[in-house]
Design a protein around this ligand. Structure first.
Ligand code: KIV
Length: 257
């Protein structure tokens, strides 16, 4: 049976960790879905796979194009799509149009928005009222790279209090889950205990209700990984070796046989 939002909330109550990964195309989605991942995020971190410097340039059209191909690869996992930079911050109407396009055109079950209280929480409230499930995202929010950098957030008391307040505001606004990115473990624990919706951590320690990684980091495909990522296999090396072997065999007329 396909994973539902209600199930994610029950899994938090049962202490059953949620497994999430990102995908950017049909083949990745098909493989990670078949391997049993619970939630697949078409994250705007896909910008790196497309050769962008950061997540800011990626457009809604690009997200829609990739999300449609991801959808075709999913049988079980819940699918969430990031709304890219400046496709939801301008007004509730803009957010409604962008999120509406994602749900209508890609078949995803939910959207994810970065940021917290007050403006984003208000936007989330309106989206949820319109029947659009929303995942929040606080802590390090890569769309704010020019304000925050890519460093850990929530290290001072003031910062951590702010992030906790943001997470609470997102739950109150109706978000069904919230991503906690690159914050101290103790803060993630505090937020996870305070919220009744699941927290999905990335660089936020083991106490979150679930974990998400960027799949190209996990597979060792990315040119560089954040310090908190774990590389489970090195596909860059394997691809290079395979291509070099093929090139050699073609040049030595060993392939085709
Ligand atoms: O874009 C993305 O992949 C994300 C994850 C880091 C959670 O937002």
């Amino acid at each position: 049976m396909p994973v539902t939002i209600q199930q994610l909330i029950q899994w938090k109550q049962k202490n059953r960790p949620i497994v999430a990964l990102t995908a950017w195309d049909y083949i990745t989605a098909q493989l990670i879905d078949a391997a049993g991942v619970d939630l697949i995020l078409v994250g705007d971190s896909m910008a790196a796979v497309l050769g962008y410097e950061n997540t800011l340039p990626i457009t809604l059209e690009e997200m829609l194009f990739h999300a449609k191909s991801v959808r075709r690869g999913i049988k079980q996992a819940l699918m969430v799509v990031d709304l890219p930079f400046l496709t939801y911050q301008e007004s509730v109407q803009q957010a409604m149009q962008s999120a509406g396009r994602v749900l209508k055109e890609t078949g995803a079950q939910a959207v994810k928005l970065e940021g917290g209280y007050p403006a984003i929480a208000q936007t989330i409230e309106r989206l949820v009222q319109a029947g659009i499930p929303v995942m929040g995202h606080v802590g390090l929010t890569p769309q704010s790279v020019h304000q925050l950098g890519l460093k850990q957030q929530g290290k001072t008391d003031t910062e951590s209090e702010k992030i906790l307040k943001q997470a609470i505001a997102l739950e109150e606004a109706g978000a069904f889950s919230v991503v906690l990115e690159h914050i101290p473990n103790e803060l993630a624990l505090q937020i996870t205990q305070k919220l009744s919706i699941p927290t999905i951590g990335i660089g936020a320690g083991v106490h979150c209700d679930g974990q998400v990684l960027v799949t190209s980091d996990l597979l060792g495909l990315s040119e560089r990984q954040p310090p908190f990522a774990k590389v489970y296999t090195n596909l860059r090396e394997q691809i290079t070796e395979a291509v070099e072997a093929y090139s050699l065999e073609v040049r030595e007329q060993k392939f085709p046989q």
